[in-house]
Ligand binder design. Sequence first.
Ligand code: PHE
Ligand code: NA
Length: 446
Amino acid sequence: MNQTLERWSSRRAFILAVTGAAVGLGNIWRFPYITGENGGAAFLLIYIGFVVLLGLPVMMAEILVGRAGRSSPMLSLGKLARQAGRSEHWRWLGLFGAFTVFCILSFYSVVSGWAMDFMVTAFSGGFQGMSADQVGAGFGDFLANPLRMAMDHTLFLVLTMLVVAAGVSKGLERLNNLLMPALYLLLFVLAGHAISMDGFGPALEWLFTPDFSAVTPMVFIHAMGHAFFTLAVGACALMAYGAYMPDHQSLPGAAAAVAILDVIVALLAGIAIFSVVFTQGMDPGEGPGLMFITLPVAFADLPFGAFWLGLFFLLLVLATWTSSINLAEPIVATLIGWGMTRRRAALVTGVCVWLVGMLCVLSFSTLSDFHVLGSMNFFDVVSTIPPEIFLPLGGLLIAIFAAWVMPEQEALRALDAGPNGFRLWRIVLRWISIPLVIVVLISGLV
Ligand code: PHE
Ligand code: NA
């Protein structure tokens, strides 16, 4: 079974696909607001440190397992564990990954739906001339309207699953080839536009002048979770993509390229967004509403504001689409591994994610006071626990698997960086990344 997995057509296609997965809500929506909430530059530095010490080595581990196993995450893990004479229970890690992306996709699709909806409103000038209070109230009305949000969520999920159903080369690769260059172009235009704004200087200063007095253990937890989330690491989603990676290409270079691009996109998006925020003298610590409230307000009285605002949401839509297809892939691959056709697997995944996503939609109206955990409602839970706990935990287990469990020869071959590159990677993984995740997770929990 699974001997005929499709492959990415080239190294470029693979890098585009993984960057497409990495660049998403994490960079454009979550990075600015989470940096705003956690004090700016100090958070930024810690997050970049985690990207280098954790995100990158674990990303290589994850892709490498997929590449060595050449099956769905669950089957790959089971097969490699068996080859090494270890317990096949490792395959459950693949199921845990599928569960994690399932949770993430259910809120991801809802927020991406907002972006699509706001894009249309913005381009049609719907936010022009509104005061801050009006925009805030408008966002409130929007969230309280489950029917409209449900339609947005449904449309976005259909678009996602259609691409996934079309397969690796005809669906995933094609979409990434099409959208990623457009995304870069758009980002440069938006960041370039920011240079001319009064808030550009203050934005840079705020993003790059660290104040470590506000740093607490929770800041480390947020930064670690964000490093995993933004790189798409820890949920076996890149493991699924790794299974389609052609032979004879070195993995570390590709992974480093993706990590660097991902950080650059976050920084450019941050600069673009905070320049607008500071130009209008608004609050960078606004929270999840940062993009959806602050930006429409900020652009409401700028020249050609409707156009620029529309471009921002278009950027977000392009980015989330290429990420959501990656989020769906491990679930679909798992079902295919159990013998389903790709189309049926995409349909089943879409329906299940849609249902759970509806609970996220309703979390802003009917179910807003339905507290699932402490004071958190359903949306709060699925949008914080999987990124901040499941991803680091999954990443930790993937790292342990790659560094200590799977056959060394297989790992060496799949990393494709020569014996010295392999040794260096494994030393970093064993003695830096793995202990670091454990320490941060434990310190955050106590
Ligand atoms: N990296 C994506 C983002 O930044 C989210 C994601 C997480 C995608 C986990 C796949 C797996 O938005
Ligand atoms: Na990202």
